[in-house]
Design a protein around this ligand. Structure first.
Ligand code: NAD
Length: 436
C-alpha cells in the first residue's frame, strides 16, 4: 500500500519507518526542509532507540523515502497519515492550525477513495472538521477521514508500535475501516487486538487513556507524600497495589511530576473539552493543578534540604529529559525546577545523556557537562530528575569523592538509603523517611 506520512517528527518518523517495516511503501513529508535534508543524507534528527537502523534498513530496501514536497507523494497515496504537531493552544485547548493546514495542502491533489488517517492526538470532533476542510476544497470528491490514535512511548516507540497492546481504528465508513485493517494486518495476524469504532470514540479513547495514566502518576505521587509523613515506604505500597491485576504495576513510580509532549497537553485538552461540553472532568482538573505545584514544591525541598547553605550552593542536576531514553525536553520537570533553584540563589550545573542540546535552548546560566562526574565536581548537592540507566549504574564512590557536599536528592528513587549511606552521602528520596 502507498502511504504518505505528513509530519516527520517523533510519531511520524517512527510510524513511517514501522509501516515500511510491515511492507508498505512510505514517503515521509515535512515542511522543515532541514529535517528532510538531514533524513535524505542518512541522519536521524531525533534520538529514539533503534530508529536509525530501522530507517536505514527500509530505505535500503526501497520502502521508505523522504520529501519536502507534499503534493507529489500525496497525489499518489492510498492512505495519507497526518502526524503533525497539535500543540497546546489558548485555555488548555489544542492548536489545530497545523493539522488543518496539512489537510488544505493535500486536498487539491488527493485521488478519489483516498483515506486520510489522523495519527495526531486531536480533540473529539476533529476528524469530522477535517472532512469539511477537505470537502470545501474538493466538492464531489469521494474520500474518507479516519482516526488512528497513537499510543507509543518515546524511548520505546518502535517496540510499542510493532507490539502494541491494541490498535484503535476510528472509521465512519467501511472503506476507511477496511484500509486500516489491511494496513495493520501483519500486526493483527500476530494476535494484536484491534478495536474498530467510529472516529469520535477513537478520539475520546486516546484522551481518556492518557488522562487515566496521568491520574495513576498523580495518585502515586500523593501516596508517596503520605508515606513520608507516616513512615511508609512507597515501593512496598506500590508493589502491593500493583500485584492486584485490576490495578497493574505500571505508572506507579513516584517522581517529579509528569512532563513530555503528551500528558500535560492532553490532560489540559481533556479538561477543556469537558468544560466546553458541560461534562467537567474534575478529577483531571485537580490532577493538572497538582502536577504544576509538585514541581515547585520539589524545588523548594532542594532548597530546604540545603538549609543555611542554600544561597550560593552548587547543585548538579542529573537528567533534563522528561523521562529516560529520549532527548525530548518538552514540559520536562527539569525545565521548571532548574529556574526555581536559580531564583533561590543556587548555581546549577547539569548533565543528560541525550537532552543537553535541547534543554540548553530553554535554560540560561546552566553549565552543561557531558560527564556526569564533572557536573558533580565540588557540588554541594546532586539532584536526580530523570531515571536514566546511566544514573542507576553510577559509581557512588566516585560521585561522593567528586562532591564537596554530601546531599543526594533522588526524585526518581533509583537507590536505597542503605546503599547510599555506605558512601557517606545523605539521601533524600520520595515516599520514604530520610536516610538513617
Ligand atoms: P513533532 O513536533 O515531533 O513533529 C511534528 C512534525 O510535523 C514537525 O517535524 C513539523 O515540522 C511537521 N509539520 C507541521 N506541519 C506540517 C505540514 N503542514 N506538513 C508537513 N509537516 C508538517 O510532534 P510529535 O511528537 O511527533 O507529535 C505529533 C502528534 O502525535 C501530536 O498530535 C502528538 O500529540 C501526538 N502524539 C505524540 C506522541 C509522542 O510521544 N511524541 C505519542 C502519541 C501521540
Amino acid at each position: 500500500m502507498k502511504v504518505v506520512m505528513i509530519g516527520a517528527g517523533y510519531v511520524g518518523l517512527t510510524t513511517g519507518a514501522c509501516l515500511a517495516e510491515l511492507g508498505h511503501s512510505v514517503t515521509c513529508v515535512d515542511t522543515d526542509a532541514a529535517r528532510i535534508k538531514a533524513l535524505a543524507a542518512g541522519a536521524t534528527p531525533i534520538y529514539e532507540p533503534g530508529l536509525d537502523d530501522l530507517i536505514r534498513k527500509n530505505r535500503d530496501g526501497g520502502r521508505l523515502d523522504f520529501s519536502a514536497d507534499t503534493k507529489g507523494p500525496a497525489s499518489r497515496a492510498d492512505a495519507i497519515f497526518l502526524a503533525v504537531g497539535t500543540p497546546a493552544g489558548a485555555n488548555g485547548d489544542i492548536d489545530l492550525s497545523y493539522i488543518e493546514a496539512a489537510a488544505r495542502q493535500i486536498a487539491p491533489v488527493m485521488k478519489p477513495n483516498t483515506v486520510v488517517v489522523v495519527k495526531s492526538t486531536v480533540v473529539v470532533g476533529t476528524c469530522r472538521r477535517l472532512r469539511e476542510v477537505i470537502a470545501e476544497k474538493r466538492l464531489g470528491l469521494d474520500f474518507s477521514v479516519a482516526s488512528n490514535p497513537e499510543f507509543l512511548r518515546e524511548g520505546s516507540a518502535i517496540e510499542d508500535f510493532l507490539h502494541p497492546d491494541r490498535i484503535v481504528i476510528g472509521a465512519d465508513d467501511r472503506r476507511a475501516a477496511a484500509l486500516l485493517e489491511e494496513l495493520y494486518a501483519p500486526l493483527t495476524r500476530r494476535q494484536t487486538p484491534v478495536l474498530v469504532t467510529n472516529t469520535a470514540n477513537a478520539e475520546l479513547i486516546k484522551y481518556a487513556s492518557n488522562a487515566f495514566l496521568a491520574l495513576k502518576i498523580g495518585f502515586i505521587n500523593d501516596v508517596a507524600d503520605l508515606c513520608e509523613q507516616v513512615g511508609g515506604e512507597i515501593e512496598a505500597v506500590a508493589r502491593g497495589m500493583g500485584l492486584d491485576r485490576r490495578i497493574g504495576t505500571s505508572f506507579l513510580s513516584p517522581g517529579p511530576g509528569f512532563g513530555g509532549s503528551c500528558f500535560p497537553k492532553d490532560t489540559r485538552a481533556f479538561v477543556a473539552t469537558g468544560r466546553k461540553h458541560r461534562a467537567r472532568q474534575s478529577l483531571v482538573e485537580t490532577l493538572v493543578a497538582k502536577n504544576e505545584t509538585r514541581k515547585s514544591s520539589l524545588a523548594r525541598r532542594v532548597v530546604a534540604e540545603l538549609g543555611d547553605r542554600a544561597r550560593g550552593a552548587r547543585v548538579a542536576v542529573l537528567g533534563l529529559a522528561f523521562k529516560a531514553n529520549t532527548d525530548d525536553v518538552r514540559e520536562s520537570p527539569a525545565l521548571s525546577i532548574i529556574p526555581l533553584l536559580q531564583q533561590a540563589g543556587l548555581s546549577v550545573r547539569a548533565h543528560d545523556p541525550q537532552a543537553e542540546a535541547n534543554a540548553a535552548r530553554h535554560l540560561s546560566g546552566v553549565e552543561m557537562h557531558d560527564c556526569l562526574y564533572a557536573a558533580a565536581q565540588d557540588a554541594d548537592a546532586v539532584v536526580i530528575l530523570t531515571e536514566w540507566e546511566d544514573y542507576r549504574a553510577l559509581d557512588l564512590k566516585r560521585l561522593a569523592k567528586a562532591m564537596s557536599g554530601s546531599l543526594l536528592i533522588d526524585y526518581r528513587n533509583l537507590f536505597t538509603a542503605q546503599k547510599i549511606a555506605l558512601h557517606g552521602l545523605r539521601y533524600v528520596s520520595l515516599g520514604k523517611s530520610a536516610s538513617p
